[in-house]
Design a protein around this ligand. Structure first.
Ligand SMILES: Cc1cc2nc3c(=O)[nH]c(=O)nc-3n(C[C@H](O)[C@H](O)[C@H](O)COP(=O)(O)OP(=O)(O)OC[C@H]3O[C@@H](n4cnc5c(N)ncnc54)[C@H](O)[C@@H]3O)c2cc1C
Length: 369
């Protein structure tokens, strides 16, 4: 979110300084693990669809400006039961926004995608534009493009405090003293709770693991043959998979992890972590259930309703861009542009009321005092 905002702010002519406590891309926050899903028939809420459509356009622009591949189209399968959340939610978004899609029975799924073994009675929505974004390459490209557009970047520099006043924002850095800015954008991912009062934004970090397995049988598991998949299972949280890009099939469970802070999270992979995803592979993608080739620990920053936070914390001085609740990466290009619009004092091009801070206040309005 920070690198996207930095690039969009710089290319729109702002005098902008980007600060990061590490040297992104890095593997300590929420933006590592080589791949991220992008999809359009958004089961979480139809209001995300215009935002993801703008994100697709901006990813194509970023790719062109960067001169490297940042997106791979694979198509996407949302798989589950008619009574679940994922397929009905995806169908509702697809119908509301005229997204081309197909609905498949379990039998049709098995025939068209031979690596998949859905339960009888499962159905799937197939969407054509879904695919894979490459997060580390994107962060690197956005930072390079931002600097080429005039942004200043200070890495390995921590924001240790900030104070806003009618004349601007005073920001303390370590190392580096302090800076005075007209406005401040906070995009600290899972560290956000360290920089804002917990009472202003109820945020919860959640430990998540990702595993890569070398296929036992590669049939049907290449990105040309196998879309990204999200499975809504009756007996546990959903899980998602990426086809084999040469480093194995990637699988992860969505939510269900323990509470975590990035400075104290357990970064080791346990046998239980591996067992949980192997059980799902054995049942639903048995050909992928080979040797473990890699694993990573990552962290979600959740709000209580799983929607983002994009809102002013203090008048029009401090903008909070965070809490992507495990599904934010695909939108980052569009969120970067939204930040540039908000900083310029323009009304956002999209309805972002779903992301407003006052939804957490018992008395809406008290949030900004
Ligand atoms: C395992 C996993 C899988 C995911 N899969 C998907 C997916 O398929 N599709 C999708 O759309 N989304 C997905 N997401 C969500 C998405 O990746 C995140 O929402 C997004 O990457 C979060 O980006 P961010 O910029 O908010 O956080 P981060 O990338 O963590 O960035 C925050 C930055 O702030 C810096 N920082 C923190 N505190 C300070 C400070 N005090 N001073 C200076 N710098 C500071 C950190 O160093 C860091 O670089 C996934 C997330 C995870 C963990």
């Amino acid at each position: 979110m920070g690198s996207a905002a930095l690039w969009q702010l710089a290319r729109h002519g702002n005098h902008v300084l980007g600060v990061d406590r590490y040297d992104p891309p890095h593997a300590l926050g929420s933006t590592h693990g080589r791949t991220r899903i992008i999809r359009e028939a958004y089961f979480e809420h139809p209001s995300y669809v215009p935002l993801v459509r703008r994100a697709y356009d901006l990813w194509a622009e970023t790719e062109q400006a960067a001169g490297e591949q940042l997106f791979l189209r694979t198509r996407g399968l949302m798989i589950g039961h008619e009574t679940g959340e994922i397929v009905p939610g995806s169908v509702a978004s697809a119908r509301e926004h005229d997204i081309p899609h197909e609905l498949l029975s379990a039998g049709e799924l098995r025939k068209r995608f031979p690596a998949l073994r859905p339960d009888d009675g499962m159905i799937a929505l197939l969407e054509r534009r879904a695919g894979i974004l490459f997060p580390e390459a994107i962060v690197r490209a956005q930072l390079r493009l931002a600097v080429e557009s005039g942004a200043e970047l200070r890495t390995n520099t921590r924001v240790v405090g900030w104070e806003s006043s009618p004349s601007g924002v005073h920001v303390d850095l370590d190392p580096g003293g302090s800076v005075e800015a007209r406005q401040l954008v906070l995009a600290a991912g899972p560290w956000m709770a360290d920089l804002v009062q917990q009472s202003a934004i109820p945020l919860m970090g959640e430990r998540q693991t990702t595993h890569w397995f070398l296929p036992l049988d590669p049939t049907g598991l290449s990105p040309q043959e196998c879309p990204i998949t999200i499975w809504d299972c009756p007996d546990g949280p959903p899980f998602y998979t990426f086809p084999d890009l040469g480093d194995g099939v990637k699988i992860a469970i969505h939510h269900g992890g323990p509470f975590a802070h990035p400075d104290s999270i357990d970064r080791g992979i346990t046998p239980d972590d591996e067992r949980a995803v192997r059980e799902r592979l054995a049942q639903y993608l048995p050909g992928a259930n080979g040797a473990l080739s890699d694993a990573a620990v990552c962290i979600y920053t959740n709000t209580t309703d799983s929607h983002f936070v994009i809102d002013w914390l203090h008048d029009d001085r401090v903008l909070v861009v965070s809490a992507c609740s495990g599904h934010g990466f695909k939108f980052a290009s569009a969120v970067g542009e939204l930040v540039a619009q908000l900083i310029a004092g323009e009304g956002p091009a999209f309805d972002i009321s779903l992301f407003a801070l006052d939804r957490f206040a018992e008395d809406p309005g008290e949030q900004r005092t």
